[in-house]
Each structure stands twice: as structure tokens, then as C-alpha cells.
Design a protein around this ligand. Structure first.
Ligand code: NDP
Length: 399
């Protein structure tokens, strides 16, 4: 029987909810492009409930315990004395979410002698040292597409809030003001601006589709080019390199995975090549941007605004400079964990576990590493190596 160790974020400060603002969720037929929704044999949770926090348990307990497996759920994930690190040595399966990542570093892999499967409840397995997973023959899988549309909606929201100066204007209302000039002196229309995405995968393409009706000029760069028909439909210009693209854009949105190729891509040099007063929105991964270069660019005016929901490490230490830098619209890592997204990725985790315990293959589109190599979706979008260095700093959040 297997031991499943699951790391989830804490319940709300007022306790696990008894009620929700809405009844149920809209039903979807599938993902854009034809990928089917997660398809476990059955589920033991109510879609629309909070599943991603400790008490939600991703709706897995009944399913696992019925089969004699044991489930340990904790939010205590950082440092050598954490519950996660104590339970790790005899865990067969680890489940973690990017929003509250249990960093599976090479050191932790060395302690996890029994570990065979690491599931990311969501998308983005950079909190796992993929090189170590490859070397130890551990399978890594994520729930591809489960929250891609959720993130693309968040990106559009953040672009509009930066360009139109929404958050500071809302702040004036809360403070009892009516300071129209203060609000308007940093507020523009998005119409006519050049907007570019770094990567046009599931999220990047969904962002382009959602922005098209705003009458902007669209751009993208990616390792693989979109089909000509899609480029034409969206009226989007391809750039072979990121430098060439950022030079012409007023707004840049980052939608690539974090892997050794993209780590610290947005450093002083690249930000310096952007138009003065450009906006940068990063909902991909914090480490794709150089933390201090972003702060410098906002202070100098090279960037007019920065927004996103991804930080490094997570949770961000209390004194992380992105909490206090000027002209930012940061949130905690939430874009991919709406109640809608949680229902999909909880079902996806269950689907993967059903396959694993019944010795059936996991869908190719969910695989990142298998059999000692990048596999499936991972082979397409990631590169081997480690992007978890420095994760230990997450323990500073507690201090
Ligand atoms: P996809 O795999 O569909 O798309 C990723 C795209 O990035 C692919 O088209 C890939 O190219 C491209 N890419 C990889 N490396 C580079 C590079 N060096 N330069 C340019 N493009 C590159 O993933 P999603 O769109 O679903 O998700 C993207 C990322 O967003 C995730 O990896 C995750 O980090 C983040 N994310 C954030 C969430 C949040 O809550 N904030 C939730 C979900 C995801 P190709 O395949 O052509 O090689």
C-alpha cells in the first residue's frame, strides 16, 4: 500500500468555508484544440468547493483510503524540520501545487528513497528538480490545460489594470478621495498598443485570442512557430527572438515555463531593450525575471508597471521587494487556482492516481518526466536541468 504525501496551502484565516458566493460551476465540453477534460472514473468532491487547501485535500481521502493507501496532507513544507521533510523518506507519491510549492530539490530527492511519482496539481513542475527526477527514475506529471484559461483571464485583467491605472484609482476610493487627476495622470487606453507574448503555448495563445477584440497589435516569440492559419486568424507577428520582440512592444506578457533556458531571461539587459514606459506582466514564474532588475526598472521609469502572481521563492519572504516596489499590481500566486481550476486539477490528480495504481499509462499530455528522460508535454516545453536553486529561502516567510 502506498503513502501519498500531499502539500497544500493553508485554509482561509477564518476557517474552511461553509458557503460560497455562487452555486456550482459552468459545465465545459473540453479544452480549446480538442484535449479532453480530466476523466477519472468518479469523483468524491463537489466542484466549486475549496479543494486546494489543507481541509479540501483535493477530494482524495475517500478514494485513497478505500484502497488501503495512506494520505498525509500538510501545509508545513519548508526547512528541515517541516512536516513535509519528516514524512518524505517513506513517501511513494508526492503531490504539490505551484501556488504553495513543496520544493523537491536534489537534497530532498536523496532523502526520498521510496519516491516513484511526483504530481503537480496544476501546471508548471519547476519546483521539482527535473534533472534529479530524471536521474532517479521518478515520474513527474502535471495536469496540462487544467488552469491555462484561468491564467489567461488573469493576464488580460492585469494588463488592463496596469495600463488603465485601476489599482491606484481604486485605492483613492477606499481612502475617501475623488482624485481624478491623480488617477488619470498614469492612465492610458490599451487600444492601438503593441502587445507581445513570450511563448504562445496554451496560455499564450489564449491571451492572444482574448486580446484580439481590443484592437491591439499582437506579437509573439516561441521556440516553435504557430500554424500559419492561426497566425493569420489572430493577425499576430512572429519574432524569432525575445529581444527583437520586446523592442517593439508596449506590453509584454510572459507565458513560458521556467527551465534553465528561461531563468532570469528578463534581466537589466533585456529590460533595457524594452520601450521606455512598457508594462510587463508575468504570471509564468517569478524566476523568469531578475528580482532586483524589475525593481530598478520601475524606480527609473524604464517600466511603467509590473504585475503578476508568481514570485521566487513562494511564499515570498515578508521583505520581498516586489511587495513594496512602485507601480506594481502583484497578487499572491492565485491565477491558476480559481475554484473552477481546482475542480479540474483535482479531477486530473485523481485520474493520474487511478492510472498509476492500476498500471495503466498516464496520458502523454500530462507527462513531464518518465523512464529517466523528459517525456510527453515535458519533452516539448521543458529542458533538462534544475531551476529550484535558492528554494530554501521560502522558510524565511515564517520569520
Ligand atoms: P504550454 O506548455 O502550453 O506552453 C508553454 C510554451 O512555452 C510552449 O509553446 C513552449 O514552446 C514555450 N517555450 C518554452 N521555452 C521557451 C523559450 N525559451 N522561449 C520562448 N518560448 C518558450 O504551457 P502553458 O501555456 O499551459 O503554461 C505556461 C507556463 O505558465 C507554465 O509552465 C507555468 O510555469 C505557468 N503557469 C502559471 C500558472 C499560475 O497560476 N500563475 C498556472 C499555470 C501555468 P514549445 O512547446 O514550442 O517548445
Amino acid at each position: 500500500m502506498a503513502k501519498i504525501l500531499c502539500v497544500l496551502y493553508d485554509d482561509p484565516v477564518d476557517g474552511y468555508p461553509n458557503s460560497y458566493p455562487r452555486d456550482g460551476l459552468p459545465s465545459l465540453n473540453g479544452y480549446p484544440g480538442g484535449q479532453t477534460l480530466p476523466s477519472p472514473k468518479t469523483i468524491d468532491f463537489m466542484p466549486g468547493r475549496l479543494l486546494g487547501s489543507v481541509s479540501g485535500e483535493l477530494g482524495l481521502r475517500k478514494f485513497l483510503e478505500r484502497q488501503g493507501h495512506s494520505l498525509f496532507v500538510t501545509a508545513d513544507k519548508d526547512g528541515p524540520n517541516s512536516r513535509f521533510e519528516k514524512e518524505l523518506p517513506d513517501a511513494d507519491v508526492v503531490i504539490s501545487q505551484p501556488f504553495w510549492p513543496a520544493y523537491l530539490t536534489a537534497e530532498r530527492f536523496a532523502k526520498a528513497k521510496k519516491l516513484r511519482l511526483a504530481i503537480t496539481a496544476g501546471i508548471g513542475s519547476d519546483h521539482v528538480d527535473l534533472q534529479a527526477a530524471i536521474e532517479r527514475g521518478v515520474t513527474v506529471a502535471e495536469i496540462t490545460y487544467s488552469n491555462s484559461i484561468s491564467v489567461s483571464e488573469h493576464v488580460v485583467m492585469m494588463i488592463l489594470s496596469l495600463v488603465r491605472n485601476y489599482l491606484p484609482s481604486y485605492g483613492w476610493v477606499i481612502r475617501g478621495g475623488w482624485n481624478i487627476a491623480d488617477c488619470a495622470s498614469r492612465s492610458y487606453d490599451l487600444e492601438g498598443m503593441h502587445v507581445g507574448t513570450v511563448a504562445a503555448g496554451r496560455i499564450g495563445t489564449a491571451v492572444l485570442r482574448r486580446l484580439k477584440p481590443f484592437e491591439v497589435k499582437l506579437h509573439y516569440t516561441d521556440r516553435h512557430r504557430l500554424p500559419a492559419a492561426v497566425e493569420k486568424e489572430l493577425g499576430v507577428t512572429f519574432h524569432p527572438g525575445v529581444e527583437e520582440m520586446v523592442k517593439v512592444c508596449d506590453v509584454v506578457t510572459i507565458n513560458a515555463p521556467l527551465h534553465p533556458e528561461t531563468e532570469h531571461m528578463f534581466n537589466d539587459a533585456l529590460i533595457g531593450k524594452m520601450k521606455r514606459g512598457a508594462y510587463l506582466v508575468n504570471t509564468a514564474r517569478g524566476k523568469i525575471c531578475d528580482r532586483d532588475a524589475v525593481v530598478r526598472a520601475l524606480e527609473s521609469g524604464q517600466l511603467a508597471g509590473y504585475a503578476g502572481d508568481v514570485w521566487f521563492p513562494q511564499p515570498a519572504p515578508k521583505d520581498h521587494p516586489w511587495r513594496t516596489m512602485p507601480h506594481h499590481g502583484m497578487t499572491p500566486h492565485i491565477s491558476g487556482t480559481s475554484l473552477s481550476a481546482q475542480a479540474r486539477y483535482a479531477a486530473g490528480v485523481r485520474e493520474i492516481l487511478e492510472c498509476w495504481f492500476e498500471n495503466r499509462p498516464i496520458r502523454d499530455e500530462y507527462l513531464i518526466v518518465q523512464g529517466g528522460a523528459l517525456a510527453g508535454a515535458g519533452a516539448h516545453s521543458y529542458s533538462a536541468g534544475d531551476a529550484t536553486k535558492g528554494a530554501g529561502e521560502a522558510a524565511l516567510f515564517q520569520q
